[in-house]
Design a protein around this ligand. Structure first.
Ligand code: SAM
Ligand code: SF4
Length: 474
């Protein structure tokens, strides 16, 4: 268990809790069906699973058991999150990077990559383009470079919040950036960031060392592992963790993600707000061959098992994945997706007809517009949501997590999802999407019990539709 790092003080919980040999030992042998069903039962009772219990679900490879895991994940998602799907877009700010991660188009030794950092004016142009399509939530993404200091990141966040288009503003800005120290996290927090997101890429030590060459900042495993903890100590409201699936055995990585979530919960009383599970994609100038690529069937197991293991953590599925697979995966566990994403630097204000790989970190699998994605969600019975209410009224942290308050979803999440959907329909949608969306809103209203809250919701929906009111929430 290492405590060494090259970059100053670690957090209170700054030790290496990933015991490779122990995690590997949990993955040996077939699972007992009785035990698998017991664990599924525990999860359906909305209890988070231990690492050992998660390992039993991973070892359940029999097709019948896998189907039972999928069915349970669908059921749990419905119970905990209802049918809303939160939408966001990534905004890439800069492709400079001092690291040399073998899988990434931004790595420093990649001579084919176009190096660009958006100016404040370029950020404004991107945000205007995003606002004009209906976006309300962004994640800003950065390479790791001295130029991308905490102050620079904070300025970018402020530049985004400063923009408006008619009634519309970006209401939540998350960031995905390299590990910072405590002071750095305080600086970015002061700009009003939502979630600080960081992926550990691979928790497997030997693989981590192989894909992050020595002598680079990113080679410091513990500095990165500990970043979410430092962010929490520095006052971050939410942190998001993740793995880049395809670098090492997915079974190991799922266990390590659960270990990380539990580690944060044990030390700080809150788990990660979200878990992401990007899969390795082709990238410009990258020819990294990995024996651990995750086939679709296994990827579905990743999502379903994570859903069961961490019932109250949001799961993010990105546009790295193709549309058809995204549609299928939404059913069993995903709560947030990006939509209408372009990750070429400057790609929202100057959208190329085809992806320009040398201007982006990797290739996307789903290039549909925000409206196309919303139309499909509505057709499939979901409520597309741009809600940012909790964060803005301070309902964050353990005591305000969705599960902690009975009726939370019914009283807050669903009404706010409907209010933000109505805004989108009135301000941005085509006639066809608007008609479908209003039908969906009527269907959802019909499901709500008759009470004063429902009356207030109907009143607010009408004010958005007919009286120009915006940004109202519960
Ligand atoms: N540079 C920062 C860092 O490394 O923490 C920010 C993250 S990077 C711009 C965003 C994420 O993209 C990485 O953490 C990695 O998981 C993912 N990524 C990198 N190369 C990828 C690839 N070829 N395919 C899919 N995802 C990739
Ligand atoms: Fe740089 Fe991040 Fe890409 Fe690594 S993953 S090369 S740190 S941008």
């Amino acid at each position: 268990m290492s405590q060494l790092t090259t970059f100053g003080r670690l957090s209170e919980s700054g030790y290496d809790f990933v015991d490779d040999a122990y995690l590997e030992s949990l993955l040996v042998g077939p699972a007992d069906p009785v035990e698998v069903r017991d664990i599924i039962g525990k999860s359906l009772a909305k209890q988070p699973l231990s690492v050992e219990e998660t390992a039993v679900l991973i070892r359940a490879a029999d097709p019948q058991l896998v189907e039972e895991i999928f069915a349970a994940a669908r059921q749990l998602k419905e119970q905990v999150y209802g049918n809303r799907i939160v939408l966001f877009a990534p905004l890439y700010i800069g492709s400079l990077c001092v690291n040399d991660c073998v899988y990434c188009g931004f790595r420093r030794s990649n001579r084919q990559a176009v190096r660009l950092t958006l100016s404040p004016e370029a950020i404004q142009a991107e945000v205007q383009a995003l606002l004009s399509r209906g976006h309300k939530r962004l994640i800003l993404v950065f390479g790791e470079h001295p130029r991308y200091s905490p102050e620079f990141i904070a300025e970018c966040v402020r530049a985004v919040y400063s923009q408006s288009l008619g009634y519309s503003r970006i209401r939540r800005v998350n960031i995905n950036a390299a590990p910072l120290d405590h002071d750095g996290f305080r600086v970015v927090k002061s700009a009003g960031i939502g979630t600080y997101q960081i992926f550990h890429e691979t928790y497997h030590h030997a693989t981590y060392a192989k894909v992050h060459p020595p002598g680079t900042r990113k080679a410091d495993y513990l500095w990165r592992l500990d970043a979410p903890a430092r962010a929490i100590e520095a006052g971050a409201d939410d942190v998001g963790i993740g793995v880049l699936f395809g670098l090492y055995d997915w079974r190991f990585e799922v266990l390590a993600l659960v270990a990380h979530a539990r580690h944060l919960f044990q030390h700080y009383g809150i788990g990660p707000h979200t878990i992401s599970f990007p899969r390795l994609r082709p990238a410009c100038g990258v020819d990294y061959k990995s024996p651990y690529r995750v086939p679709d069937e296994d990827f579905k197991r990743v999502v379903a098992i994570l859903r069961l293991a961490v019932p109250y953590t949001g799961l993010i599925l990105t546009a790295r994945e193709p549309a058809a697979l995204r549609r299928e995966l939404l059913g069993f566990g995903v709560s947030q997706i990006d939509a209408g994403s372009r990750i070429e630097l400057g790609g929202y204000s100057h959208t190329p007809a085809k992806q320009e790989l040398e201007r982006e970190q990797f290739q996307l699998g789903d290039l549909r517009s925000l409206e196309e994605v919303i139309y499909e969600l509505l057709s499939d019975g979901y409520i597309p949501s741009f809600c940012t209410a909790c964060y803005r009224v301070g309902r964050t942290g353990q005591q305000f997590m969705e599960f902690a308050i009975p009726g939370f979803i019914r009283n807050f999440c669903t009404p706010n999802a409907l209010l933000t959907l109505m805004e989108y329909l009135v301000d941005f949608a085509s006639e066809e999407t608007r008609t479908l969306g209003k039908q969906r809103i009527a269907e959802e209203l019909a499901k709500l019990p008759e009470n004063s809250r429902k009356a207030r919701l109907i009143d607010r929906l009408e004010k958005i539709e007919h009286a120009g009111q915006r940004d109202v929430y519960f």
